[in-house]
Ligand binder design. Structure first.
Ligand SMILES: NC(=O)c1ccc[n+]([C@@H]2O[C@H](COP(=O)([O-])OP(=O)(O)OC[C@H]3O[C@@H](n4cnc5c(N)ncnc54)[C@H](OP(=O)(O)O)[C@@H]3O)[C@@H](O)[C@H]2O)c1
Length: 321
């Protein structure tokens, strides 16, 4: 037991971090053990982690000293921040971008102080060169939740932390949450997305954990590398086909005019529109960047969207279309 290397996992009660904890816990003889970080050990999700037999500790990304304690004695850490969490009234930061930047700086500083040998930082692509004329809704960034993370990569490099950078894919959950299908007046189910005909780097969130665990096991050769994670490349037509298979009725894909999304009143619409435009403008590079052979070697789950949608059919049916 005691010779297992500890991986401190930020965001352990959430989707990405949770998947890392589960991947490590699923392989008790793999030489690693997870230390799950939460701000509240008494939350239901934290208790579920405790029930898995995982060590659970409290720390907050806003507090570098607390992170340092959570990293103490660990071999490595998986770091993810939650850009989308609403700002607290008492927060020192005035924007989510500013808060995320400070949190990553804290994580990098704590990792360096703790002498961690391997950090995986869940970052995202820098969209700026692909969106030269786009609006910049926050922090001078066209897609603040992505560009802010990309800019924060430098904190790990500058602090000399041995880091692997992973880019999480667009979650397969997206058509359930951000842009769900709807039933049109003529009774047909329609999935409207502003992604034209491009392939989107997409996948299950669970895959983040599998790949991250593979990266920790691979160790030193992965330091300094950036690994885009995906289960598959998915077009709007394929998203619609998958939802059709889940619902058991035809679903029509409609390439959405970004102006319609902007006018929809959706929260953070500008940022979301810019993100989809980035998927279009950067398609060639994003697709070329995914090394499926490497992901396969790390035990990635490469199921296509349709398989995932059918396995999650209850969630699509619960949309009550
Ligand atoms: N949706 C997508 O398609 C997509 C794709 C790529 C990347 N992303 C990125 O994914 C990130 C979110 O990851 P997720 O989906 O795994 O999040 P999630 O499921 O919403 O969970 C958020 C996690 O963050 C933890 N957390 C939040 N604030 C914290 C703080 N101040 N200190 C310590 N822990 C904190 C929470 O822990 P406690 O509440 O237990 O403390 C929770 O475990 C976002 O930054 C987003 O940009 C999303």
């Amino acid at each position: 037991m005691s010779d297992r290397r500890v991986i401190t996992v930020l965001g352990a009660t959430g989707r990405q971090g949770g998947s890392v904890v589960r991947a490590i816990a699923a392989d008790p003889d793999g030489g690693f053990t997870a230390r799950a970080v939460t701000r509240d050990k008494n939350s239901a999700k934290a208790k579920e982690l405790g029930d898995l037999g995982v060590e659970v500790v409290e720390a907050d990304l806003d507090d570098e000293a607390g992170l340092r304690r959570a990293f103490d004695g660990a071999h490595g850490a998986f770091v993810v921040t939650n850009f989308w969490e609403p700002l607290d009234a008492g927060s020192q930061a005035t924007t989510r971008t500013e808060r995320e930047r400070a949190q990553v700086r804290n994580a990098a500083g704590a990792a360096a102080a703790a002498g961690l040998q391997h950090v995986i930082w869940s970052t995202l692509e820098d969209t700026r060169r692909y969106l030269p004329g786009a609006s910049r809704p926050e922090g001078g960034y066209p897609v603040p939740h992505a560009d802010g993370k990309a800019d924060a990569d430098a904190f790990f490099r500058d602090a000399g932390v041995p880091t692997t950078f992973v880019n999480a894919p667009m979650y397969y959950e997206m058509p359930l949450t951000l842009t769900p299908p709807r039933r049109a007046e003529n009774g047909a189910v329609v999935l409207a997305l502003p992604i034209g005909a491009v392939q989107v780097v997409s996948g299950t969130v669970e895959n983040v954990g599998r790949v991250a665990y593979g990266i920790f096991k691979a160790g030193d050769p992965m330091i300094g590398r950036t690994v885009p994670i995906a289960s598959d490349l998915t077009t709007g037509e394929q998203f619609a086909e998958g939802i059709a298979a889940a619902l058991g009725e035809p679903v029509r894909y409609v390439p959405l005019d970004p102006a319609a999304l902007l006018a929809s009143g959706m929260p953070d619409a500008e940022e979301v529109v810019n993100m989809f435009q980035f998927f279009i403008n950067a398609e060639k590079d994003l697709v070329a960047g995914v090394d499926f052979d490497l992901l396969r070697r790390f035990g990635a789950d490469l199921q296509p969207f349709a398989d995932w949608a059918v396995a999650n059919r209850d969630r699509f049916r619960a949309l009550g279309l």
